[in-house]
Write a protein that binds this ligand. Structure first.
Ligand SMILES: [Zn+2]
Length: 276
């Protein structure tokens, strides 16, 4: 198994230092952290970030509020499909996509891989289809996923993973890849665990947003802290799950590398320690 850490969508949110810690160098900058896994003759994506249709038609696909508040530069070269080609790999070999959730900055690349099977928790797909709450009408963008044909909708089952519920034996995927339900940010949010053979990776999606939140004494820039509370579907559950994740990150630091979707420094650390 070979794992590449990609950024499939830079973002420069309004709010500057309220959103990123004072010691962060350079302009306020967030990423969409995507894993590309080579396993046998198959490619697996964990998350997709923004896709080519988002870059081409951002007002329709992402909506104007997202464009003007989150301010993605929308670079074609950052899409997963272009980066796969750039690595000399064939995008048609992407057979599986695992999504932590279906928010617009995570599911945008799905339409670039119509042949792939998309794995999400059943609760997440139901929430995205129902579009019931005003927050869900903003965050889920049906053109990104409504016409996709191949879905595997999962319920937690089987043996726990480091004390967390887990979905194991995902149809068509090697046993080294699991989904870990972590609801709160959305109704069916999950983390994705990957056993690389040299330790676990845990892609925590939007269960937290800033690397300092995974320290024993957590810190988070004020703007990001408020943002997380505002967009959560169940803030109490989000906070409780973030606590459990922090305990895991602190107690199993040698076994499990935990990272979230949008922290640029975490992405840089992953790339430095696990070169593609
Ligand atoms: Zn996100």
């Amino acid at each position: 198994m070979r794992v590449h850490h990609l950024n499939c969508g830079s973002m420069h949110p309004l709010g500057g230092r309220l959103m990123l810690a004072a010691e962060d160098a350079g302009p306020p900058h967030m990423v969409c952290h995507v894993l590309l896994i080579e396993t046998g003759d198959t490619l697996v994506l964990v998350e997709t970030g923004l896709g080519t249709e988002d870059v081409r038609h951002p007002d329709v696909r992402l909506g104007k509020p997202f464009r003007h508040i989150v301010r993605p530069p929308l670079r074609p070269a950052e899409t997963a499909i272009e980066q796969i080609r750039g690595l000399g790999l064939n995008p048609d070999d992407v057979r599986h996509i695992l999504l932590t959730h279906l928010d617009l900055d995570h599911a945008g690349g799905v339409t670039d891989f119509p042949q792939a099977r998309v794995h999400v928790l059943a609760d997440e797909k139901a929430a995205a289809d129902a579009h019931a709450h005003w927050k869900e009408r903003e965050r889920y963008r049906p053109p990104q996923f409504a016409s996709h044909k191949h879905w595997s909708l999962h319920q937690p089952d089987g043996e726990a993973w480091f004390g967390f519920d887990a979905v194991r034996e995902l149809e068509g995927l090697p046993p080294e890849i699991l989904m870990i339900p972590l609801a709160g940010h959305t109704r069916g949010h999950a983390a994705i665990a990957v056993d690389t053979g040299a330790g676990w990776l845990l892609h925590a999606g939007d269960a937290y947003f800033h690397r300092h939140e995974m320290q024993a004494k957590p810190r988070c820039p004020l703007g990001l802290r408020l943002f997380q509370q505002l967009v959560a579907m169940d803030n109490e559950r989000r906070a409780a799950n973030q606590d459990r994740l922090r305990q895991l990150a602190v107690s199993q630091a040698n076994e499990v590398r935990v990272f979230c979707a949008h922290d640029a420094a975490e992405l840089a650390q992953c790339r430095a320690s696990r070169p593609a």
